[in-house]
Design a protein around this ligand. Structure first.
Ligand code: HEM
Length: 223
């Protein structure tokens, strides 16, 4: 990640879920080492850490359950199996790693949309407002751009499995040769979303209710 993108992520997580006054942030859940903000400006509980649902952690993740449906923090093998199935269906062939073994754009486009459809059907309170759509598709772009092997520019299912399941890089895996920028991530995320655009909204009593147009949209329509 280039400096601006890494700085944004670190800064956003600190502001959203840390104690910026003390410059401390839990990279897990609530920690006794991170006290309530001065003046309790964010409520009377300690900031939750980046694992706490609602600001950074959100619904429709790729390998974690929705908050309302189960474990939204730890890796879920059944969701990862869905990812592997999508690779087997849509992935590219590779002479070294085998047929249908490369995670391409199509794989990600279909897998992300499938996860949204599942969440809509299974999570009575799924929340997928504009900010979460952006962050969750950016995370999908992280996979395509940052998990690919810098030597070949491709991401094999073996390397993906090593990173997600074992939290280690695969043998002979090298990072990309140039820093990935905000622009690269936003463009890649837009391409992942493009074949199946999603309207921001949330399930209310099990039905997906679309968000009203934003003020900005209303203003521009009024003009
Ligand atoms: C300061 C830097 C970072 C912070 C604070 C951060 C934080 C987070 C958080 C809170 C989530 C959970 C969001 C959710 O509910 O899905 C997440 C997901 C994710 N992050 Fe990061 N992250 C950082 C850097 C990175 C980097 C450098 C990469 C890749 C090289 C990365 C890849 C991912 C991926 C792929 C997911 C999605 C996991 C899934 O949906 O199963 N992140 N990150």
């Amino acid at each position: 990640m280039d400096r601006d993108l890494a700085g944004f992520l670190a800064g956003f997580s600190m502001m959203a879920r840390g104690n910026a006054f003390l410059n401390r942030l839990s990279i897990g859940s609530v920690s006794p080492q991170i006290p309530v903000l001065p003046g309790a400006i964010d409520g009377h509980a300690p900031p939750g850490g980046i694992a706490k649902h609602g600001r950074f952690e959100g619904d429709v993740s790729m390998t974690r359950q929705d908050f309302n449906n189960g474990d939204d923090v730890h890796f879920q093998i059944d969701l990862f199996d869905e990812f592997l199935t999508a690779i087997a269906k849509y992935g590219d062939d590779d002479p070294v790693t085998g047929p249908k073994s490369i995670v391409n754009m199509k794989t990600m486009q279909e897998f992300k949309y499938q996860r949204f459809q599942e969440a809509q059907a299974q999570d009575r309170t799924v929340s997928f407002h504009a900010s979460r759509i952006a962050s969750s598709y950016n995370e999908a772009a992280f996979i395509l751009t940052f998990f690919a092997n810098g030597t070949t520019g491709t991401l094999s299912k073996q390397a993906l499995t090593s990173i997600f399941q074992n939290q280690t890089f695969a043998p002979n895996w090298f990072r990309r040769s140039s820093p990935g920028t905000f622009g690269l991530i936003v463009d890649t995320a837009a391409e992942v979303l493009s074949p199946h655009p999603i309207q921001p909204g949330a399930n209310v009593r099990g039905f997906y209710k679309l968000d009203p147009p934003s003020n900005a949209v209303r203003t521009s329509l009024a003009i």
